[in-house]
Ligand binder design. Structure first.
Ligand SMILES: [Zn+2]
Ligand SMILES: [Zn+2]
Length: 252
């Protein structure tokens, strides 16, 4: 199995997972042309995508999904709550899945994980059986369920949205600061590091910080926080960049 990011952050998200001949995309917050460009960078033909999975209705994840799916004839899967919240974006054509049950798409086993985030029925995902890839962004706070599900992953794309001090001193209006830093908003570097400390990390081959705020965080701060929790070199921690994403990473 391998994974890549087409871009991560408040200006758009999309993640790729491949096992055998099956390639899935999670979310699409980019225009059709931008998505095609970013897929080409990863060597992926749009029509080769088996499905687009959607985590939740926020525009940085859902805005580009249906246009892209319709253009290339790709099935879309999401929870019933996300589908309902995205009807205006054309999600009537999306097929709902049970947020509490595994699904299998081609050669990839997909496990949705419910998360506390300010959306209707948001989920994040685990992919694969034995050597799992965990995708975890847009999390307001860490729950026992999240700790249990994301323990023992072989690869982790983990939200490091903001540095608490930068958010506090930064340009956002008070209401937005409260939302982002609140229990239904986004994980700070410190919260992500705390989660990492609580997880079984013995199988972890890849750790990538994701959904970094361009105004309230810096890659070096996210790296520092995760490396300290991991007790590893800062260079070992990857960054899913807003502009350039993350190149394919192989899970062995
Ligand atoms: Zn987001
Ligand atoms: Zn969100």
């Amino acid at each position: 199995m391998r994974f890549a990011s087409l871009g991560s952050g408040s200006r758009g998200n999309a993640t790729l997972i491949q096992a055998g001949d099956t390639i899935l995309m999670v979310d699409c917050g980019f225009s059709i042309a931008e998505t095609e460009l970013r897929l080409a960078r990863c060597g992926v033909e749009p029509a080769s995508l088996a499905a687009i999975l959607v985590t939740h209705e926020h525009s940085d994840h859902a805005s580009g999904v249906m246009r892209f799916a319709a253009r290339h004839g790709i099935p879309v899967r999401c929870t019933a709550g996300t589908r309902q919240a995205c009807l205006k974006l054309g999600f009537a054509a999306a097929e709902p899945f049970d947020s509490h049950a595994k699904l299998v798409i081609g050669e990839i086993e997909v496990t949705p994980v419910t998360v506390p985030h300010d959306a209707r029925e948001p989920v994040q995902f685990l992919f694969g059986g034995a050597h799992r890839f965990g995708l975890l962004t847009d999390v307001g706070s860490v729950t026992p369920h999240i700790k249990r599900m994301f323990s023992g992953c072989a690869a982790l794309l983990l939200e490091c949205n903001h540095d608490r001090d930068m958010l506090e001193d930064g340009p956002y209006p008070p209401s937005l600061k409260q939302r982002v830093g609140g229990p239904l908003g986004h994980l700070s570097n410190a919260q992500a590091a705390d989660l990492l400390r609580a997880l079984d990390k013995q199988w972890l081959q890849h750790l990538v910080a994701a959904h970094l705020s361009e105004k309230n965080n810096k890659p070096e701060l996210a790296r520092m926080a995760l490396a300290e929790a991991m007790d590893c070199d800062e260079e070992w921690v990857g960054i899913a960049d807003q502009e350039y994403g993350l190149e394919w990473r192989e899970i062995s």
